[in-house]
Structure formats: structure tokens, C-alpha cells
Design a protein around this ligand. Structure first.
Ligand SMILES: C[S@@+](CC[C@H](N)C(=O)[O-])C[C@H]1O[C@@H](n2cnc3c(N)ncnc32)[C@H](O)[C@@H]1O
Length: 224
């Protein structure tokens, strides 16, 4: 094959998500499957959870408290969590192991990579609790809640699905508010774009430690 054709032709590969103890997968098992010029088949949640129950996704699970809480509360639904720091996801893994839940899966990898691979309109809820604010201006471009990513989340959400975002960072909250303006499919569930308290929501470790006394910007958006 001519080099030019090779460069233009993408392979499609099915990622093998072989969850250890039916619960977690570490990034080395994913990285070894990532190749240049390759795209990946969309993920079939039925392959992951062995059922067709609604799927809820948290990006940046930290110690996993939040996801484990909801997975225990809603055994008829599935919960998929992403966390990039191994030391941190290990805490989430042991927390989930203790509860012996079979409706939760934890992936040690960048959640934004995986969201691209979700089928359209497949996710009931996205939770993004205290995404890293990257406070220095020169680092703002690293923030997760860009317009393109918010739009991608909305495309992956079922109609009437919900996106929750909590931050304690005023500048980030303002950026999220601005970025949401052009994402037509997402409508605030509040009269304002955000509220300054968590409404019917589990207070995460970050919230209790850093945001409780400082204040919070809480977004709850429906896919219309
Ligand atoms: C400020 S902490 C909040 C942790 C937790 N959500 C809480 O509220 O206690 C943000 C977490 O998101 C993780 N994180 C950041 N970007 C991520 C990404 N793209 N995919 C998965 N995890 C991510 C970080 O490693 C960190 O543990």
C-alpha cells in the first residue's frame, strides 16, 4: 500500500475491556491497545455490564465515594467511573470491592477519550464533580469543560438525560456558563444557569474538604 494511502486509511479496532475482578481496568491494559492511525469501535455497554440497564458515567471519580454511593442506591442501573490517577482509583476500587457491587465498573484512563466511543444517546447521566480548575490562565486550555466536550456529552446523552457539573472555582464556573450558551441541546433545570448549593446530591470528598465553606457552582442540565 502506498504510504499516502496508509496515512489516510484508519483501522477500526475493538478495545478489549477485560475488567479485573469484573470491576476495574488499569491504563496499561488500555495503552497497549492504542495504536497510531487507529480508531476504535463504539463501546457496547452490554459487553461491559452484561445487561441493558441505564448507564450513568462519572469522570474524575477521585476516591469513588460518590459513584459507590449511587451504585448502592440504584442497583437496577449501571455506573461507570473514570479516574486518571492510579493511587486515587485504587481507593475507589477497594471501596467498591467492600460493597460487592455488580453494577459498577472503574476505568483508570482519561474519561474524555472514552466518551468519544460511547454510542449516541446512550448515557442517562454524566456526573462531573469538581473537575480540575487549572487556575493559571496559561493552563485554562487544559480544562475539560470546553464547548466541544460539552457538545460531545450532549450527543452521548439520552433525551431527558442529565449532566451534573459542580465546581468551586468562580472563573471556571463562568467559563462553563459561557461555553454552554452554544450547546443548544442542554437546558438548565434551574431558573438560573447554576445554583450555589448542591440540590439532591451526594457531597463528595472534595466538596466536604474544600468547597463546603467556600461555596459551590452547581449545574444540572437536561438534554432536550
Ligand atoms: C478535584 S478532583 C475531584 C475528585 C472527586 N470528583 C471529588 O469531588 O471528590 C478531580 C479528579 O478528576 C481526575 N481527572 C481529571 N481529569 C480527568 C479525566 N480526563 N479523566 C478521568 N479523571 C480525571 C483527577 O485525577 C482528580 O482525581
Amino acid at each position: 500500500m502506498a504510504i499516502e494511502t496508509q496515512l489516510k486509511t484508519k483501522d477500526f479496532t475493538k478495545l478489549n475491556l477485560d475488567f479485573q475482578e469484573n470491576l476495574y481496568i488499569f491504563s496499561d491494559k488500555i495503552k497497549e491497545q492504542i495504536k497510531p492511525y487507529t480508531d476504535y469501535n463504539l463501546i457496547d455497554f452490554k459487553d461491559i455490564f452484561a445487561n441493558t440497564n441505564p448507564v450513568n458515567v462519572e469522570i474524575g471519580i477521585g476516591n469513588g465515594e460518590f459513584l459507590v454511593h449511587y451504585a448502592s442506591k440504584f442497583p437496577e442501573e449501571n455506573f461507570l467511573g473514570f479516574e486518571v490517577v492510579k493511587r486515587v482509583i485504587r481507593k475507589a476500587i477497594s471501596r467498591a470491592q467492600k460493597r460487592e457491587l455488580n453494577n459498577i465498573k472503574l476505568i483508570h484512563y482519561d474519561g474524555s477519550f472514552f466518551v468519544r466511543l460511547f454510542p449516541p444517546e446512550s448515557v442517562k447521566t454524566f456526573f462531573i464533580n469538581f473537575p480540575d480548575p487549572w487556575p493559571k490562565k496559561k493552563h485554562h486550555k487544559r480544562r475539560l469543560m470546553k464547548t466541544s466536550f460539552l457538545r460531545l456529552l450532549s450527543e452521548k446523552m439520552q433525551t431527558d438525560g442529565t449532566l451534573y457539573i459542580a465546581t468551586d472555582h468562580e472563573n471556571y464556573a463562568k467559563e462553563i456558563m459561557t461555553n454552554l450558551i452554544t450547546v443548544d441541546a442542554l437546558r438548565s433545570c434551574f431558573e438560573s444557569v447554576y445554583v450555589n448549593e448542591l440540590v439532591d446530591y451526594y457531597p463528595t470528598k472534595y466538596y466536604r474538604k474544600f468547597a463546603l465553606n467556600k461555596g459551590v457552582y452547581f449545574f444540572k442540565l437536561k438534554k432536550v
